[in-house]
Each structure stands twice: as structure tokens, then as C-alpha cells.
Design a protein around this ligand. Sequence first.
Ligand code: NAD
Ligand code: TYD
Length: 341
Amino acid sequence: MHILVTGGCGFIGANFIQHMLHTYADTVIVNLDKLTYAGNRRNLAEVEASFLETRYFFVHGDICDQSLVTDLMHGFPFDAVVHFAAESHVDRSINDPFPFITTNVLGTQNLLEAARQAKISRFVHVSTDEVYGSLGPTGVFTEDTPLAPNSPYSASKASSDLLARAYFHTYAFPVMITRCSNNYGPYQFPEKLIPLTYLKATRNEPIPVYGDGLNVRDWIHVLDHCQGVAATLFKGQPGAVYNFGGDAERTNLEIVRTILRLTGKSEDLITFVTDRPGHDLRYAMAFERSTRDLGWTPKISFDEGMEQTLHWYQDHGTWLDEVQSGAYRQFMDTWYKTRGA
Ligand code: NAD
Ligand code: TYD
């Protein structure tokens, strides 16, 4: 199978490409990535060493570039597109929503249209549980929960989901939408809660916890998510939406305390800072449809996954240092200063 993957140099895309090339010997992947601050070719160094120009090809480019995307779709015999490329961090979307609208909405539209014109026979649009908005203390999101996004990030993802939906209904274009809860695992950029907490803990720096730390996320190991995306690619029904979750709801304080315990650091590092504006209280996923129709369940328990992940970060200190460019550090410092960290 020839697959165009977008955003393959980011956290989930890089894990997905590794998973596909190692698991399915007939897979050939072209990775289209703009290499934003979150994209790093080093995430695929092992893939490049084994498969570059044989089963893996890299194209440095923007999904918003109409002629590039059109040429690519027509120039290569793709069986499928798996679309990960996005601006993905809620805090950045609060700071400046425009790149989120450009990449997540216009970029997705550009890909859908080029793929439709090129008659691509399967398109997996990778989305998030955040499009459903926020839950109270009880309840779960199903695929039929109405979309009610609360941040510029989730609004841009919901917009792209609606475009995907419209392409199925209007043009019978075979697109499937996946919605997944919070991922953790190797190669996650250290702006998200788990790698950021690990990084700060190991440097004995204050760990910023927004508000009272009682917001709840459902955590899933990135490999479980990748297997869900692969199952959707092979078995998903065109037009369908599939939820993936980790069955691991934790408050943010529980996450931070777990990391402090596993790294042997003091809870004195916990620093409560001004809450995120519009902060969603709780996410939780029902994924019976994915189990029934795709044969998918999450396999990696939270405890096992967290231990493995922290070991990975311990063994990849150079990677952590390298991905923190000057511009990235400047953004993080300014952001946390405005919140009192
Ligand atoms: P990431 O920020 O780590 O990586 C995004 C990648 O997309 C980077 O390689 C970046 O260079 C690339 N990119 C950004 N703009 C681009 C553009 N205009 N053209 C081409 N490439 C571009 O993101 P991630 O955490 O790996 O998330 C991947 C996808 O999964 C996103 O669509 C996100 O919404 C979704 N998702 C993420 C999570 C999570 O917990 N991280 C959960 C559910 C869904
Ligand atoms: P994050 O990893 O940014 O993912 P998302 O916003 O997509 O869920 O944040 C996870 C949770 O952790 C969220 O409730 C916000 C909170 N958080 C903090 O308390 N401190 C931090 O420094 C960060 C980055 C997040």
C-alpha cells in the first residue's frame, strides 16, 4: 500500500510511520511535512537509515501549498492519505489562532480537494476528542456527541472534521475521521503536560499546574492510537467516525505527582499558576464502535506506558535538548511568566 502521510515528523506521525513500516512489509510511505517547531526529521532517523528512498520518502512542504499537494497526489500512485499535520497545542492557539486556522482548516481543505481530484480511495483524517468540548464530572463522549469546541485549536479541528464530513456527503469521497484522547509516549514535544513535567522535574524547575490541577484528561499510549489509525485505514467504513481512548482518566495533579514519584523528585516543585482561559474540565471517551467494527482496544496500561515513556525520555536527553530551539524557549518563558510561574 502506498500512503501519503502528512505531519509525519511530529509526535504521532513519526510513531505511526515507524509502526507501519515495521509492521506491514508492503507499505511505502511519502511523508509531507513543513517542519514547524514541532516537526523534526530526527524523529525518523532510524526509518531514514533503513528505508529512505526505498520504502520511505520525505517531502519538505506545506499542506496549504495547492500546487505542491496537487502535483504530489497526481505524481505518485497513492492508495491512501493519512492526515496528521496540524498545529496541535491549545496554549499556542490561545496566543495566536491564525496559524491554526491556516493549517488545520485551509490545509485540510486543500488536501481533501486534491485527494478527491486524484481519486484517492481512502483518506483518514486524524482528529481529537477536544472537538466535543468539555464534560462535567460524569459522562463520556461518543461519536454522536455534538461538536462543541471551546479553544481556537479545537474549533479549528472541528472545522476540519466538518469539511471531511461534507466531502463524504457531497462527493461520496471515502474519508474516515478518527478522534482520540490525550496521547503520551516517545517523541512528544516538551510543551505538552507529560514531557514538560518530566523536563522541568529533571531540571529541578517549578512545574506549572493550571488552576487547581483537577482538570481530567483520558491518557492513551501513542502506539495504541497508531494501531487505531491503522485499523481505520484498513477496515474503516467511509464516512464513519471512530473514537479512541485509553481508559485512563487522571487529574493533572495525579499526572504530575506520578512523574515526580517516578523521577524521585519533590512535590515542592508543583507550582499552581493562573488557569488556562476556557480550560475544558474533563474528557472521557466511549470507543465501543472502534472495538466492534475495527477490533480495536487499547493494549498498553497507563502505569506500564508511563514507565516506558519516562525511560525513553531518560535515554534521549540529547533529543530533548535539541528540540528546544531558541524560539521555542522564548515562547515558553513568556507564556509562563504571564501566568505567574
Ligand atoms: P505535533 O504538533 O507533534 O506534530 C505536527 C506535525 O505537523 C509536525 O511535524 C509539523 O511540522 C507538521 N505540520 C504543521 N503544520 C504543517 C503544514 N502546514 N504542512 C505540513 N506539515 C505541517 O502534533 P501531534 O501531537 O503529533 O498530533 C498529530 C495529529 O493528531 C494532529 O492532527 C492532532 O490534532 C491530532 N491529535 C493529537 C493528540 C495529542 O494528544 N497529541 C490527540 C488527538 C489527536
Ligand atoms: P496539554 O498537554 O497541553 O494537552 P490538552 O490541552 O490538549 O489537553 O494539557 C493537558 C492538561 O494539562 C490540560 O488540562 C492543561 C494542563 N497543563 C498544565 O496544568 N500545565 C502545563 O504546563 C500544561 C502544558 C498543561
